[in-house]
Ligand binder design. Structure first.
Ligand code: UDP
Length: 309
């Protein structure tokens, strides 16, 4: 297939490019590099099947030739990033999704939207199933991301129903691994870099809020299965093993062998109290479940971060 990946120089986008190239597809990567990093794809320069275009997908996208699939991964994805780029975050989820869907229509390409567990907001149903409509504060600081992704889901379904294009929606839960930015502000890079530097780990609030962490290789495999499936309604992908953030900090201290302590800082506004995917739908329809244990994923991620300090 000839596949376009928007946000292809980001953490997940670049791993997706690698995976698709390994499957012998031709890959066109678009990124404006505001939170993506050219280093994530520099090893692909010279690869005949890989093309990089520096472009902001909120502007008209022109791609000569045929396209079989468009994977729309462009967006800031860390709470710290979308607080720094609130308007870009809203624009890429709305205008960027519109441009990418318009291109999919023009090329008769299959379209896959990278959505998020943030569509569930601060959830009142636990674990989260795909049929839960969520509890999002539209005007809070996280609203710029949550609402943009909710709009993108609505637009994707509208293009599916109105124009008959083939669409897929993946709701991605917390995912980690090499190529996350050390300073992206999310809990995994924060805790690992703090632990490696012997600084205190900053647990926000009392640390009783929960998350579950999926290693990127598991996630990318699930996304590929979803792309090839015929499932056009949203599918959760993530790891169902849930930790409190306090426990998670302790796991990082243990895994790095660090002497760091834990300090508590203010909980960000609207920080979800719990989050854990119900992956029953992915299990049933895609035959997918994560296989990489936290110890192994952390080992590889810590190795990557150690080499970059
Ligand atoms: N968090 C924390 N310390 C940090 C960074 C994050 O305690 O240095 C917490 C954050 O408040 C949230 C969880 O870790 O409860 C996961 O945060 P992240 O920014 O990774 O993404 P989120 O899951 O909130 O989208």
């Amino acid at each position: 297939m000839r596949i376009l990946v928007t946000g292809g120089a980001g953490f997940l986008g670049s791993h997706l490019c690698d995976y698709l190239l390994a499957k012998k597809h031709e890959v066109i990567c678009i990124d404006n590099l505001i939170t993506g990093n050219i280093e994530n794809i520099s090893h692909l320069s010279g690869n005949q099947n890989f093309h990089f275009i520096k472009h902001d997908v909120t502007e008209y996208i022109f791609i000569p030739g045929a396209l079989d699939a468009i994977l729309h991964f462009a967006s800031p994805a860390s709470p710290v990033d979308y607080l720094e780029y609130p308007i870009q975050t809203l624009k890429v989820g709305s205008l960027g999704s519109h441009k990418a869907l318009g291109l999919a229509r023009e090329k008769k390409a299959r379209f896959l939207l990278a959505s998020t567990s943030e569509v569930y907001g601060d959830p009142q149903i636990h674990p989260q199933t795909e049929d839960y409509w969520g509890n999002v504060n539209p005007i809070g600081p996280r609203g710029v991301y949550d609402e943009a992704k909710r709009f993108a889901e609505a637009l994707t379904m509208a293009y599916n129903r109105t124009h008959g294009i083939e669409t897929r929606i993946v709701r991605i839960f917390n995912t980690y691994g090499p190529r996350m930015r050390l300073n992206d502000g999310r809990v995994v890079p924060n805790f690992i870099s703090q632990a490696l530097e012997g600084k205190p780990l900053t647990v926000y609030g009392d640390g009783s809020q929960t998350r579950s962490f999926c290693y990127y290789t598991d996630l990318i495999e699930g996304i590929y299965r979803l792309l090839l499936s015929n499932v056009d309604t949203p599918v959760n992908l993530g790891n169902p093993v849930e930790y409190t953030i306090r426990e998670f900090a302790e796991r990082i201290i243990q895994a790095t062998g660090s002497a760091s302590q834990i300090v508590h800082q203010k909980l960000p506004v609207d920080d979800p109290k719990v989050r854990r995917p119900d992956i029953g739908k992915a299990r049933k329809l895609l035959g997918w479940e994560p296989s990489v244990a936290l110890e192994e994923g952390l080992r590889q991620t810590i190795e990557y971060f150690s080499g970059r300090r």
